[in-house]
Design a protein around this ligand. Structure first.
Ligand code: GDP
Length: 447
């Protein structure tokens, strides 16, 4: 048995120095008889060229010792009479084993095609977190849509304000966090709501508290990652903002334009057309076109779906194009299950018919949910980290550097002033006069 001490080695299972020995070679100083482990952990006499690596002591990331031994088995191709490929030992990846095909049986492999599996396994263990902000005036169906999207009831204890209270209400930020689990994958979902936004008579700068909130989260993260203890940093950065546009207006209202322009450099904005069931299909198409045009005209930078690579298949390209053409997503939400034609589903029932929330012919609800959760959640997080947060961080560092330079100049100036004032008040000769003049010049330069 060979111990792996370097944590970096454990990531890959082995390094060059751990390469298997040639047949017949023994490690100097090894006194204990060599044994190999079967996949179930039982011992068998050692077969040369099939070394088994394990981590010595420390935190056991991958499971129990026999399990670890089994997983870290590496088959050498250089020293075996009959080469073993990683697929030939019992695989811990079962049906996800990339070597688990008939044609791979006789081939020789090192085994690193399982790296994605290792990353996947670690990520699943750690769990995922996603922060979604919803913004738009009251009554546009924000809470209903969130409940429909994540099949939960997040707003049980919400206090509804009456019309009078709403006039004086200021924008406040509220946060709900829930843990959801599906097929063994855990997601910590945080919903940030902006009650009061757009409700006042005068909505000038009502986006200010939302911008402040987003900046505060960036600031907290910046402090945490610049601190001494960078383990277990709480990441509360907002990854996406669903901005609700009223179906009753003619395109965007000034408050919509202001809000989106104030936030577009800080968060991924995904515009949605609320309560799409209030519009006829013709109205809906026209409104979507108008909103898209206005977004372009006002220079609003909404979340951009990543460009397809040249090697993507046609189906994927079509799906991505369909998503782009759906902006703003026309959505319908509902908190109740309705029954129609022997089926029960989330929907809205009217005397003239039923709207199915998840029916693609009735709304873009499914497209939005698939985009948010199934296809683009990681990209939304990446753009937040790589673009929005990076911009904030660069700005912070620039401001800090400027402050330090200004501070240095100031202290240098005061030092110079002090040394000048130390000069004796006596009639001065031309040499002293020149010195004073030089000092004064220096002070002027630094000011
Ligand atoms: P919020 O204030 O933006 O969170 O809005 P709510 O989710 O509380 O919804 C306000 C009202 O609009 C409620 O009566 C909902 O039943 C209704 N509502 C929500 N979503 C829709 C929708 O998609 N279509 C229609 N027609 N009504 C909706």
């Amino acid at each position: 048995l060979l111990a792996i001490e370097d944590p970096v080695d454990v990531e890959l299972g082995y390094t060059m120095r751990d390469l298997p020995p040639r047949a017949g070679h023994t490690f100097p100083g090894r006194e204990t008889p060599l044994i190999d482990r079967e996949p179930d952990g039982s011992a068998r006499p050692h077969t040369p060229g099939t070394p088994t690596f394990m981590r010595a002591g420390g935190r056991n990331l991958l499971g129990s010792e026999p399990e670890l031994l089994r997983r870290c088995q590496l088959s050498s191709t250089s020293s075996l009479e009959s080469p073993l490929s990683p697929s030939q030992s019992k695989s811990p990846w079962s049906r996800f084993d990339p070597y688990d095909s008939i044609e791979d049986q006789d081939k020789e492999y090192v085994g690193f095609a399982t790296l994605p599996n290792q990353v996947h396994r670690k990520s699943v263990k750690k769990g995922f977190a996603f922060t979604l902000m919803v913004a738009g005036e009251s009554g546009l169906g924000k809470s209903t849509l969130i409940n429909s999207l994540f099949l939960t009831d997040l707003y049980k204890d919400r206090k509804m304000l009456n019309a009078e209270e709403r006039i004086t209400q200021t924008v406040e930020m509220t946060k709900h966090t829930i843990g959801i689990e599906e097929k063994g994958v855990k997601l910590k979902l945080t919903i940030v709501d902006t009650p009061g936004f757009g409700d006042a008579v005068n909505n000038t700068e009502s986006w200010r508290s939302v911008v402040d909130y987003i900046d505060q989260q960036f600031e907290q993260y910046f402090r945490d990652e610049s601190g001494l203890n960078r383990k277990n940093i709480q990441d509360n950065r907002v990854h996406c903002c669903l901005y609700f546009i009223s179906p009753y207006g003619h395109g965007l209202r000034p408050v919509d334009v202001e809000f989106m322009k104030a936030l577009h450099e800080k968060v991924n904005i995904v515009p949605v057309l609320a309560k799409a069931d209030c519009l006829t299909p013709r109205e809906l198409t026209r409104k979507k076109i108008k909103i898209r045009e206005e977004i372009e005209t006002f220079g609003i930078k909404i979340y951009q779906f990543p460009e397809c690579d040249s090697d993507e298949d046609e189906e994927f390209r079509l799906q991505e194009q369909e998503l782009k053409d759906s902006i703003p997503f026309a959505v319908v939400g509902s908190n109740i299950l309705v029954e129609s034609k022997g089926r029960r589903f989330r929907g809205r029932m009217y005397p003239w018919g039923v709207v199915e929330v998840e029916n693609p012919a009735h709304s873009d609800f499914l497209k939005l949910r698939n985009m948010l959760v199934r296809t683009h959640m990681q990209d939304l997080k990446d753009v937040t980290r790589e673009t929005h947060y990076e911009n904030y961080r660069a700005q912070c560092i620039q401001d800090m550097t400027r402050m330090v330079v200004r501070e240095r100049k100031r202290s240098l100036c005061s030092q110079l002033r002090e040394s000048t004032s130390d000069l004796p008040l006596v009639p001065v000769d031309s040499e002293t006069e020149r010195l004073i003049w030089e000092k004064d010049e220096e002070v002027r330069k630094y000011n």
